[in-house]
Design a binder for this molecule. Structure first.
Ligand code: M6R
Length: 606
């Protein structure tokens, strides 16, 4: 993962590098650093932990130089210490890197034999010494990078500067995104356009295998084979404003509260409100003839896809194959001829999702992606990109992106159902009406936020928490458990309620809270039976339901009362209390809610 930036500026670039890195902290925050060209040599400042530590370091030890690179790290190789922080450098060259160099051990062993002394445990340092080595053999910086790129295996985005070369920066992309920004007499490099938004909106995205030689006057781009290529310059829509928390204590709280609004925006993009019908974009495939659909994603986006599977199979009667992206392609899943493959991703840069998209594309599938970042690699490599209009999601724990993904998947299920004749026009109108009521219902849940604080006090004392659900509430149970564990660090697992007696029930005792997601739908009575099994073993039940308490003949530790809604839309509604429970538990526990340990917002390594 990691975020990288580079600036060929007119004056000192240190402050601007830090500003750009702040926009990339969602990619990792284990350490940060910048390096600049100072006349004939390179200088750098690095600090362990978040960017603010680097800023402090720069106050006491400022860095001059008009040409510089910067990095914010999510550690893959080597502990998150200052010693392992980027930029890495030798006397000749300094490098920032996002990705993984798979053959770094072989390269390092070979370079050590040739007399190079390594200082860090990182894979990146092999790149630095490799380029240095070629320069020491008499190659120019450009020739040395070209030679080194031919020897690197793995995924990488690189930003490279050279001692004594104030007007030169080299960038390379293989498997990790990279954007070049065009200024007036200045040039920029970033992991994405958002990092460069304060400086320029004129962006060129490098393609796979591209590398670029940048000067203040412009850029020359080469493909993997070394041919000079033209890549279009596009106008970025990335906002130049850093999103702020408003009146909220954390971005996650703000993002939970934004859901009524962003779900409305997203639905309005796929629904003709006047007609009460879905107006789905043309995916370039006849929806009536889709015989099987493949969905793939990671983490929370995968759970959104799982809800999508239930909806599409139930309402459009199309079988859906779903798998987490890191598994689907490696098990070499057979793909149907002329099939439709749907990828779900907030960032649009998740490495496993992207790799699986490419696997499905190579397998002849029509590719549609549900993405929040419209300029992302996944959006660009899809035949059809279906945007979620969630706005920037900064909290590492995904909340509003999830419910917006559900909104698009709900519309897709209806579009498929209508095209295939499994849903009548009247039924479609009824379901669209139910979707349009979702923002109002979510507002009412959020208005009762105070009740979650008391429950969170109890949850914060637990060592393990179980989440149960049936039907579309099962993915919500999985998502609720993920939310709790990632921000509170309490162990939590989601189970299909019917699966409980096949093993997990052994975990139940009076210390284990069991959160039951149970709207009063066709499956409610079955879930109540499972709750009774929990109650009989002393488990503390926290029920999330629109059913009155007297319909549940067992004692409850808490009852989160939900608004009554059409069962089709319950996943959108019931996700919200699970988010609020996780959020308030994390607040009670005093964890870093927006940037929980070991995680990053965008996972661009496999
Ligand atoms: O950007 P993506 O939606 O592709 O990210 C997928 C997962 O990494 C992400 O949903 C992750 O699970 C979140 N931290 C969950 O809150």
């Amino acid at each position: 993962m990691c975020g990288i930036v580079g600036i060929l500026g007119k004056s000192s670039v240190a402050t601007d590098l830090v500003d750009a890195l702040r926009r990339l902290e969602y990619r990792g925050y284990d350490s940060a650093g910048i390096a600049t060209v100072e006349s004939d040599h390179l200088e750098r400042r690095r600090a362990e932990g978040k960017l603010k530590n680097l800023e402090k370091r720069l106050l006491s030890e400022p860095l001059a130089g008009r040409t510089g690179i910067g990095h914010t790290r999510w550690a893959t190789h080597g502990r998150p210490t200052e010693r392992n922080a980027h930029p890495h450098m030798t006397a000749e060259v300094s490098v920032v890197h996002n990705g993984i160099i798979e053959n770094f051990r072989e390269l390092r062993a070979d370079l050590e034999k040739k007399g190079h002394v390594f200082d860090t445990d990182t894979d990146t340092e092999a790149v630095v010494h490799l380029i240095s080595h070629h320069m020491q053999q008499g190659l120019s910086p450009v020739e040395a990078v070209r030679a080194a790129l031919g020897e690197l295996q793995g995924a990488f985005a690189l930003g490279i500067i050279f001692a004594g070369h104030d007007d030169l920066m080299i960038a390379a992309r293989q498997g990790s995104p990279l954007a070049i920004g065009h200024g007036s007499g200045e040039m920029y490099l970033g992991s994405d356009a958002i990092a460069l938004a304060p400086f320029t909106d004129s962006i060129t995205y490098l393609d796979e295998g591209d590398w670029a030689v940048m000067h203040r006057s412009g850029v020359e781009i080469y493909d993997r084979a070394g041919n000079r290529v033209d890549r279009p310059m596009v106008k970025s829509v990335a906002s130049s404003l850093l999103v702020d928390k408003g009146n909220h204590r954390h971005f996650m709280a703000k993002e939970i509260h934004e859901q009524p609004e962003v779900i409305s925006h997203t639905l309005a993009n796929y629904i003709d409100m006047a007609a009460g019908q879905v107006r789905f974009p043309d995916l370039g495939i006849d929806l009536a003839k889709v015989s099987r659909l493949t969905i793939s994603a990671c983490g929370t986006a995968y759970y959104a896809g799982l809800v999508g599977k239930y909806w599409i199979e139930q309402f459009a009667r199309v079988p859906v194959e779903i798998d987490i992206a890191s598994e689907l392609r490696y098990r070499e899943a057979p793909l149907p001829e002329g099939g439709l493959a749907v990828f779900v991703s907030q960032s649009g840069e998740t490495a496993d999702t992207l790799a699986t998209l490419r696997y499905c594309k190579a397998g002849g599938q029509r590719i549609a992606s549900i993405v929040n970042v419209r300029t992302s690699t996944i959006a660009r490599e899809s035949h059809a990109a279906l945007p979620t209009l969630a706005g920037p999601e900064i909290g590492v724990a995904s909340t509003k992106a999830f419910t917006c993904q559900l909104s698009v998947l709900a519309c897709l299920a209806l579009a498929l159902g209508r095209a295939r004749g499994t849903i009548s026009e009247a039924k479609e109108q009824e379901m669209v009406k139910a979707l349009m009521e979702v923002p109002r219902h979510i507002s009412s849940i959020i208005r009762n936020e105070q009740q979650f604080v008391a429950i969170a006090q109890e949850l914060s004392k637990a060592r393990d928490v179980l989440y149960l659900g049936r039907g579309t509430s099962y993915p919500i149970a999985l998502e609720g458990a993920l939310k709790l564990k990632e921000i509170s660090y309490i162990h939590a697992e989601g189970y299909a309620a019917g699966e409980l007696k096949h093993g997990p029930i052994a975990l139940i005792d009076e210390n284990v809270p069991v959160i039951v997601v149970a709207p009063e739908d066709a499956l409610f009575e079955k879930t109540v039976s499972n709750m009774q099994e929990v109650a009989a073993r002393g488990g503390k039940i926290i029920l999330i339901s629109d059913a009155p308490a007297d319909k549940v003949s067992c004692s409850l530790a808490a009852h989160i009362e939900m608004p009554t809604s059409v069962s089709f839309t319950t996943p959108l509604l019931y996700a919200v209390p699970t988010q609020l429970l996780a959020y308030h538990t994390a607040v009670v526990m005093g964890t870093d809610v927006d940037q929980p340990r070991n995680l990053a917002k965008s996972v661009t390594v496999e």
